[in-house]
Write a protein that binds this ligand. Structure first.
Ligand code: GAR
Length: 209
């Protein structure tokens, strides 16, 4: 089973979806380590409740971003992590870190990228008045939610939606999509080749429908 390192900053519902998937005997991955840059993140409790090692690495304790990222990479490598999953991890990662896990860092974002990167994606979508929203799982590059897209799931924006209602509708899809893509990625069903996503098993792989 592929060893995942999951990086979190908050509530960790996507972490929970990955933990639940990994609890199934036929799932091809396990969570080896959870790291939060926020000491109070509820995600840490979720990891411990699942019997998974959880560590805090507070970026505020580091002078330079590169030092934080080196320590983060060391923690993951020492735990035998092969794939890194960002799950509500609210920090950018630089080229040095990404180079240590080349083609093996995934992120989930609550919009249909490239629309609405960054913070408060759901509010951005409501402010623009879009009628379709959703989530995206992509390979991570050094930009903000800019990496090559692997899969997306769409949800309607309904009249009367506020940020909480839309976020909840999207989150439900996040919890479905992320484990699906992790499974595909660790089994070679999708991979990053020359900066592009390729699906050796055929074009339907990664479809969210
Ligand atoms: C999720 O909606 C995730 O897509 C988003 O943060 C939330 C974390 O929730 N990530 C980003 O916005 C990344 N740019 P969770 O902690 O309950 O998984």
């Amino acid at each position: 089973r592929a060893k995942l390192g999951v990086l979190v900053s908050g509530g960790g519902s996507n972490l929970q979806a990955l933990l639940d998937a990994c609890a199934r005997a036929d799932f091809p991955a396990e969570v080896a380590l959870v790291v939060s840059n926020v000491p109070t993140a509820f995600a840490l409790q979720r990891a411990r409740d699942a019997g998974v090692e959880a560590r805090v690495l507070d970026h505020k304790g580091f002078g330079a971003r590169a030092d934080f990222e080196r320590a983060l990479g060391d923690l993951l490598v020492d735990a035998g992590v092969e794939w890194v999953c960002l799950a509500g991890f609210m920090r950018l990662l630089g080229a040095d870190f990404l180079g240590r896990f080349a083609g093996r860092v995934l992120n989930i974002h609550p919009s249909l990228l490239p629309a609405f990167p960054g913070l408060h994606a759901q509010r951005q979508a409501l402010d623009k008045g879009v009628k379709v929203a959703g989530c995206t799982v992509h390979f991570v590059d050094a930009g903000m939610d800019t990496g090559p897209i692997i899969a997306q799931a769409a949800v309607p924006v309904l009249s009367g939606d506020d940020e909480a209602a839309l976020s909840a509708r999207i989150l439900k899809e996040e919890h479905r999509l992320y484990p699906l893509v992790v499974k595909l990625a660790v089994t070679g069903g999708v991979r990053l080749e020359g900066g592009r996503v390729v699906s050796p098993l055929g074009p339907a792989v990664g479809d969210s429908s």
